[in-house]
Each structure stands twice: as C-alpha cells, then as structure tokens.
Design a protein around this ligand. Structure first.
Ligand code: HEM
Length: 162
C-alpha cells in the first residue's frame, strides 16, 4: 500500500524547514530580535501619538500591553519568517475602532519612520510592502463588515498595484 506522505512527521518536518528557509525575511537576514525591536519602537511611537494613541489606549489597558507586543512579534515573525507562531484573528480586532483611511495612512507613515530608522533599506521596504497589503486587507474587511447586507464600498488600495 503506498504510504500517505502527508502523514509522515519526518516529511512534514523537512517540508516545514525548507518552507521557512525560503521565508522572504530570512533571505534578507531578518531576525526575531530585529522584529522585536521594530515592534517595541513602533508601539512606543503609537502610544505617544495624538491621533492613534487614544484609539489603542481605549482597547488595550496598560497591563495588556506586554501581551499585545508579544502578539505583534509573533504576527510579524509569521509574516516575514513564516514561523506560524501567530494564532490570532486580526480582522475582528479592527472592527468598531472607527478608523478611516487617514488613520491607516498615519499608521503606515509611523511604521515607515521606525523601519527606516532600525532596518536596512531592503528590510524596511519588505516590512512596508507587507504592512501596506495587510492594511488594505483590513480596510476591505472593515468596508465589508460596515456594509452589512448591502454592497460594500471598497476604498482605493494603498498598496502599489492594488
Ligand atoms: C488604523 C490603523 C490601526 C489601528 C488603529 C489598529 C488598532 C489595533 C488595536 C486597538 C488592536 C488591539 C485589539 C485588542 O487586542 O483588543 C490591534 C491589534 C492588532 N493589529 Fe492593529 N491597528 C491598525 C492597523 C494595523 C495594521 C496595518 C496591521 C498589520 C500590518 C495591524 C495588525 C494587528 C494585529 C496582528 C493585531 C492583533 C490581533 C489579535 O490577534 O488579537 N494593525 N490593532
């Protein structure tokens, strides 16, 4: 009887390793430590920011910030290093925040400043490319949720090429 390869832990392990080796961030030398630095520096800026600080402050009590930062390190490790360690649900977290395009543009501008300060140009560009695409998918999900049973009014994409 032919062996079902998907059942083999060894095959799964090899597949997982080679998959991770090809993670976009690994090829540029991104480490979990760099991701952690970016996440911490970025949310320091966010918390002090006049536009975005209060929105985060309403949802995340001071004692929940360490857990949020940890979640965001796992999120970015999953995006850039394909660790699969982020298990959350981004869309529900962003519904009912009352955020509009101006908030997303400002989030991305702050993220751009932090990544430019802490990363090489190539790494900063990768962070920004992924952040912009994810921001768009959140914006489209928000538009869909806000439309209820009606047709959604999708915003113009922020990412180049749509
Ligand atoms: C207008 C811009 C944004 C605002 C105001 C915002 C706000 C928030 C808030 C308040 C939370 C915490 C929710 C909670 O724990 O109750 C959160 C979680 C999160 N955000 Fe954002 N966010 C924004 C944009 C983004 C973007 C662009 C990304 C990704 C590139 C992102 C990724 C995440 C992720 C992964 C979580 C964790 C969700 C979970 O698993 O619990 N956010 N955000």
């Amino acid at each position: 009887m032919p062996q079902d390869k998907s059942q083999s832990p060894v095959v799964e392990a090899v597949r997982a390793v080679s998959h991770r080796d090809h993670a976009p961030g690994r090829q540029l030398g991104i480490t979990r430590d760099l991701i952690s630095q970016v996440v911490h520096a970025f949310y320091d800026e966010i918390r002090a920011d006049a536009l975005l600080g209060p929105i985060f402050g309403k949802r995340i009590a001071p004692e929940r910030w360490p857990a949020h930062l940890e979640t965001m390190v796992e999120f970015w490790s999953s995006v850039l290093l394909l660790t699969g360690s982020y298990k959350g649900k981004p869309v529900p977290a962003h519904l009912q925040l009352g955020v509009e395009d101006a908030h997303f543009r400002h989030w991305l501008a702050l993220f751009g400043q932090v990544t430019a300060r802490l990363c090489t140009a190539e790494i900063a560009a990768l962070f920004m490319e992924r952040a912009t695409r994810i921001a768009d998918s959140l914006r489209f999900a928000i538009a869909t949720a806000e439309a209820g049973d009606g047709p959604p009014r999708f915003p113009a994409p922020l990412a180049a090429g749509g």
